[in-house]
Design a protein around this ligand. Sequence first.
Ligand code: SF4
Ligand code: SF4
Length: 387
Amino acid sequence: MTTESVLEEWLHRCIRCSTCKYVFRQYSPSCPSGEFYRFESYWASGRLALGRGLKMNELDWSDDIAEALFTCTTCGSCEEQCQAPHARSIVKIIEEVREQYVQKVGPLPRHKAFADNVAEHHNPYGNTHHARGIVAECGLPTRADTAFFIGCTSNYRETSIRDAAISIMKKANVDFTVVDEHCCGSPLLRTGQTDSVLELAKHNLAQFEAAGCRRIVTACAGCYRTLTQEYPGLLGSFDIEIVHLSQMIKELIKDGSLSIESEFPGHFTYHDPCHLGRHGGVYEEPRDVMRLLRLDVSEMSLNRANAWCCGAGGGVRSAFRDMAESTARERIRQAETIGADHVITCCPFCVNNLTSSSDGEVDVSDLVEIVDRMSVANPRQRARESE
Ligand code: SF4
Ligand code: SF4
């Protein structure tokens, strides 16, 4: 079924039962935008009604509908809670309606600004482009089996995550390089600005091929979703293995390539990034790594498929900062409720929003930062280096 026909089908199938508003059988709130705005159009059911009104020409494409349409973080929680057929299409439908909105009305100004940055600087932040320079800076080979896809938030905002990832792979003697990567296209895909995404995907694919890479590893949940789920469709085929760094780290610790030699005191909890968990199905490997690190970890009541979103995704942090920060503060509150003093996650964008939205009540780290701090190279590797 094409995206267009999925959209058609669903617009008439939502029965407005409101099951999507709450965690199924648990009855906790599930939708960050619905909870923030408290008006029907800001929940999934309202957005589907909005789409139906637009499709049937009962509503006009105008900026009156922009806020309801673009305050969805694309977290996918509604898809988990809705028990109707085709529930898995809700985010796709919202993104599809956004794409049509951009074509008919234009992008939101904040979204256009980061799209302009991607066009000019290859990253949404507008920083001077750099990536391949890291090869020389870090003494990496120019061709390798694995490409580390840094992602723009790690490379230009949360650089300690980039540095920790490189440090870990060097310690574990992974054969990897960094290519001249451009933005993966995720921020554009989530905000309806899809025109240039194919060009970005083609550029990145050409870089991976030129560097002889058969595997891509990324520490970013948004990049992971885009590379695994959108690139194959965009490019026709995309025959390169994609792994999230948490998955690689689990294997590196288990096969002895990384040794864990120190302790990290504290009471930890794990925040599932929406684009890694619900959209990517990666729930257990980060938790397995935390067990291998022997951290003291407790779960928040909303975890895995029912995790509360950090509030940053879908272009919300750039265009609706109040909602993004309020949603992040709620997640911090949930961590405090179970007595955690440290939240670990697996996405630089979640780290960025949770950190900047909190008053320092709890520490927030990416898993790779913790692993880098606690790990050393395998003793055999150290012995080889000292020869
Ligand atoms: S999206 Fe699903 S859960 Fe939500 S109102 Fe429609 S049918 Fe019910
Ligand atoms: S994807 Fe998330 S923010 Fe968007 S409607 Fe569904 S639950 Fe709400």
